[in-house]
Design a protein around this ligand. Structure first.
Ligand SMILES: Cc1cc2nc3c(=O)[nH]c(=O)nc-3n(C[C@H](O)[C@H](O)[C@H](O)COP(=O)(O)OP(=O)(O)OC[C@H]3O[C@@H](n4cnc5c(N)ncnc54)[C@H](O)[C@@H]3O)c2cc1C
Length: 538
């Protein structure tokens, strides 16, 4: 479809769907949303625990691989990113975390007015429909349903929380409420036992209004310009090259890998690198693709003396039972995330914000299966895992083009655990995990530690283990970060790309820094606030 619209949005992910919904509330606007992937009407997308099946599925996933990383002992990490309506919110683990209030105050302090905690709290409240009810921090009646997830708690959640209490960690019933610190149940973007992605919560209602046109299986390959002004996009669909024109603005919502890639392909990025790729330089900005910020994490795993989800998810009769529970009642283990509970903790008491996130999983997947994360066919023994990831790593990676071909994957350098601080806090954190497992009542339920195993004890061995087994927890961001100064940022506080007109980046790439916690909520916030900024004429 060649055509002319007021706004052309690239990418129907977490931010793009929210943006289309909020901008499209003005019926006088015509909006085109272009998505490289296809529909989200798929069984394993709608079924919350189907998540493991989406991990490597090229039908819904860009399946990126990072460069071999010294911090991960030379391994090349798998980087899944959603490639379908809803983007990564259609393949993610559905944990709903806004981040620490101090993270947003950092954004404002970095020269981004309108992005402090007091500024973003009303947006978070307005977008959500929280099943736990409204209060000073939480909202009801918004488009996005968030399940408080108190009903389906696995029997091992309470012993886990009690063991955390034994080692002095506070309980917190709502990480998105008054404070983030402590341990408790995770809230989920799940509604009626089905994944509540950005596509379901925002895009479908937006499409029903009639002024938002969605084009699937169409990959944007570049931007068109008239002088300094972005005027539209070129894209490929069904083997054809097409263009779409934006009367007002082009908005990149392709996520933290693809948005900076598109900027570079269009001549906005590090000048020398673009020249080396044979691309003309429109705006020389070294920050495009730089500052790649991501959380790294791993699991500790035990064999239990009591049944876990492994015992019901693995055998055929169990599969039949949980399948029937989900099909007929939208309940049971398939209706929730693999992460039942978790928390935000500090590895030393001097910190003003927690620096580690925990994930409790009443199951284990030590035995690999080709092409999937075997969530639906876990290990053949009662397994239990505690995952952990860093909240505010100091290591930074970067993205570059591997080729000027817009259909080729970019080169991702994670640069994990590159700083002594990141290694030291992870070492302290894995020791904390062992203290939790050794604390009653959890300790009495554990038969033996399986990963890394009791032989791994010294600091050197523990460090080697976490570097060997860690990987992305799928929160890449900041690759087109916001800030007032083009010398250090890509977009201004109104999310407009420095150095050109008519072009914004509205997704996780534009985070000023990576919030401590999962990134779906902050990415949706970008869409919500971005629409406000556009509609206010900024
Ligand atoms: C496996 C996994 C598990 C996760 N678990 C959680 C979790 O439990 N909780 C949480 O809060 N966060 C989680 N996250 C992270 C979170 O989902 C993402 O940070 C968030 O969805 C990013 O939103 P976005 O809008 O920036 O990008 P995305 O949602 O990734 O959207 C980008 C969209 O743009 C499209 N696109 C890209 N390039 C083009 C192009 N050239 N042309 C057309 N379309 C294009 C993509 O196909 C995609 O649909 C997880 C992520 C993954 C991958």
């Amino acid at each position: 479809m060649d055509g002319e619209f007021d706004y052309v949005i690239v990418g129907a992910g977490s931010a793009g769907c929210v943006l289309a919904h909020q901008l499209g509330a003005d019926p006088t606007l015509r909006i085109l949303l272009i998505e490289a992937g296809g529909s989200d009407r798929r069984l394993f997308v709608q079924m919350p625990l189907g998540y493991g099946k989406l991990f490597h599925d090229p039908a819904v996933n860009w399946n990126y691989h990072a460069e071999p990383d010294p911090g991960l002992l030379g391994q090349s990490d798998h980087w899944p990113r959603g490639k379908l309506l809803g983007g990564s919110s259609s393949i993610n683990a559905m944990v709903w975390i806004r981040g620490h209030r101090g993270d947003y105050d950092d954004w404002r302090a970095a020269g981004n007015p309108g992005w402090g905690w007091d500024d973003v709290l009303p947006a978070f409240k307005a977008m959500e429909d929280f099943s736990g009810g409204a209060d000073a921090w939480r909202g009801v009646g918004g488009p996005l349903h968030i399940a408080a997830n108190r009903r389906h708690a696995h029997p091992l959640v309470q012993p886990f929380l009690d063991a955390c209490g034994t080692v002095g960690l506070a309980q917190n019933p709502d990480f998105n409420g008054a404070a983030q610190d402590g341990v408790g149940p995770y809230q989920l973007t799940v509604k009626g036992g089905r994944r509540n992605s950005a596509a379901r919560a925002f895009l479908r209602p937006a499409m029903a209004r009639g002024n938002v046109v969605v084009l699937t299986r169409a990959q944007v390959t570049g931007l068109t310009f008239a002088g300094r002004r972005a005027t539209g996009v070129t894209y490929r669909r069904a083997g054809r090259s097409l263009t779409a024109t934006a009367r007002r603005e082009v908005i990149l919502s392709g996520g933290a890998i693809n948005s900076p890639q598109l900027l570079m392909l269009s001549g906005i990025g590090p000048g020398a690198h673009l020249q080396a790729m044979g691309l003309p330089v429109r705006v020389d900005n070294a920050n495009v693709g730089a500052h790649l910020n991501d959380h790294q994490g791993l699991n500790y795993t035990w064999r239990m003396r009591v049944p876990t989800l492994n015992d019901i998810l693995r055998p055929w009769w169990g599969k039949l039972w949980v399948g029937a529970q989900w099909l007929f009642a939208r309940s049971g283990p398939l209706a929730v995330s693999i992460n039942h509970a978790g928390g935000f903790v500090s590895t030393d008491p001097g910190r003003s914000r927690p620096n580690m996130q925990l994930y409790m999983q009443a199951f284990s997947t030590l035995l690999p299966r080709a092409g999937e994360r075997p969530v639906l066919s876990p290990d053949p023994f009662p397994g239990f895992s505690i995952g952990l990831s860093n909240c505010r790593p100091t290591s930074r990676g970067w993205l570059q083009l591997a080729s000027p071909d817009p259909l080729a994957a970019p080169r991702i350098t994670a640069n994990a655990f590159a700083t002594p601080e990141d290694r030291a806090e992870m070492l302290a954190a894995v020791k904390l995990i062992r203290r939790i497992a050794a604390a009653p009542p959890l300790s009495g339920l554990i038969a033996e530690e399986l990963r890394p195993g009791p032989a791994v004890v010294s600091d050197a061995a523990l460090t080697m283990d976490f570097q060997r087994r860690s990987g992305t927890v799928y929160h890449p961001s900041c690759t087109a970060r916001m800030g007032p100064d083009p010398a250090t940022a890509v977009v201004d506080p109104l999310l407009r790309v420095h150095g050109v007109e008519g072009l914004r980046v509205i997704d996780a790439s534009a985070f000023a820094t990576l919030p401590g916690g999962n990134t779906n909520a902050p990415a949706m916030l970008m869409g919500w606030k971005g629409a406000e900024l556009i509609r206010a004429g900024g």
